[in-house]
Design a protein around this ligand. Structure first.
Ligand code: KG4
Ligand code: ZN
Length: 345
């Protein structure tokens, strides 16, 4: 089944052609970083307008790079939510009308399920059931993944997402948006043990997160070291990054042990972080747990993960209806809280 995937939930316009949910023929991502950089974050109205400009050329480019024509597309998958409403509407309305014109089925996909399924676009994916840590700019959650479409929430952030913390710390230091890649690069020259920031484990045996405290703690450090912090940037960001990575790695391992899983995946924009990729493996392997992290291109928002997720629903005979609409907040993935008591590791 040849599926055209479309993703416009935030500040990337993306289109991709994927065969049978696993073989990527093309994946085109047009970033809006240049539009939003000077504002220090994504401006929703500007994002929607840019999606409108980019959607047609990006879809054309994805189809042409895949070496197919429109008539060969069997179905369409598009992000339905969560995300910025104005941005989602652009991709969703385009997908509806395009599928209607071609006379093919289409399906609205949950962006978070897209990230979780991104790991199946790589060879040797994890085996069900496994535990997945989703770390992005808008979400930080741990899931118990029973299959491609049956995914249970184990815990989530109570305030900021991990990516949001990276972005806010970058902004406070004066590097701006998007912060994750900048901090990742600068931290390589720093010593993570020189400036220690607090680790918010909350209930150490539960799976909820909190990242607003560490951001405040970095801000306080910058204020109280106003004269010297400019010479300590690498150590500050390395210390901050290590604190975030410590908590993420500990929680996902705790969750895997609790659910008796020996496979975990880490997905979403922050999964591109080089220290997180390294640490998760260092921590997990001695415990006999295998870590699966997609290649960096598949960590950030992309449409291949949307096409792949759409495939699993369409294969089960599901499709969307012309009256369906986008949603801004989490839907579909079970939000039923699980038993919080976990083992000590
Ligand atoms: O998944 P994503 O592309 O979009 C959302 O769905 O939110 O994630 C974007 C987030 C941003 O907060 C960005 O700063 C962060 O991922 N990010 C990183 C890295 N690359 C992107 N965070 C830490 N280290 C990175 N290398
Ligand atoms: Zn995302």
């Amino acid at each position: 089944m040849i599926i055209l995937g479309i993703e416009t939930s935030c500040d990337e316009t993306a289109a991709s052609i994927v065969v049978d949910g696993s073989e990527i023929l093309s994946s085109v991502v047009s970033s809006q970083v240049d539009v939003h950089h000077k504002y220090g974050g994504v401006v929703p109205e500007l994002a929607s307008r840019k999606h409108i400009e980019d959607i047609v050329p990006i879809v054309k480019e994805a189809v042409s790079k895949a070496g197919i024509n429109f008539k060969q597309i069997d179905a369409l998958a598009v992000t339905q939510g969560p995300g910025l409403i104005g941005s989602l509407i652009v991709g969703f309305a385009f997908a509806k009308s395009f599928a209607y014109t071609l006379g093919i089925p289409w399906i609205g996909v949950n962006h978070l399920e897209g990230h979780i399924n991104s790991v199946f676009l790589e060879s040797n994916p994890p085996v069900f059931p496994f535990v997945s840590l989703l770390v992005s700019g808008g979400h930080t959650s741990v899931y118990y993944v029973k299959n491609h479409t049956n995914i249970e929430l184990m815990g989530q952030t109570r305030d900021d997402a991990a990516g949001e913390a990276f972005d806010k710390v970058s902004k406070a230091i004066g590097f701006g948006y998007p912060g994750g890649t900048i901090i990742d690069r600068l931290a390589k020259d720093g010593d993570p043990s020189k400036i220690i920031f607090p680790r918010a484990y909350l209930d150490k045996f539960g799976f909820d997160f909190s990242f607003s405290g560490i951001k405040t703690s970095v801000n306080r450090y910058l204020q109280t070291h106003n004269n010297e912090y400019k010479n300590q940037i690498a150590d500050i960001v390395a210390g901050f990054q290590e604190a975030v990575v410590d908590v993420l790695s500990c929680k996902v391992l705790n969750a895997a042990i609790k659910m008796d899983c020996d496979h975990i995946s880490i997905v979403g924009g922050v999964a591109a972080n080089s220290r997180l990729r390294e640490r998760a493996k260092l921590d997990a392997e001695p415990k006999g747990i295998k870590v699966y992290i997609p290649s960096v291109d598949l960590c950030g928002d992309n449409a291949a993960m949307i096409a792949a997720t759409g495939y699993y629903y369409l294969k089960d005979g599901k499709s969307s209806d012309i009256n369906d609409d986008v949603y801004s907040r989490i839907k579909n993935i079970s939000t039923k809280p699980m038993d919080r008591s976990g083992p000590r590791i």
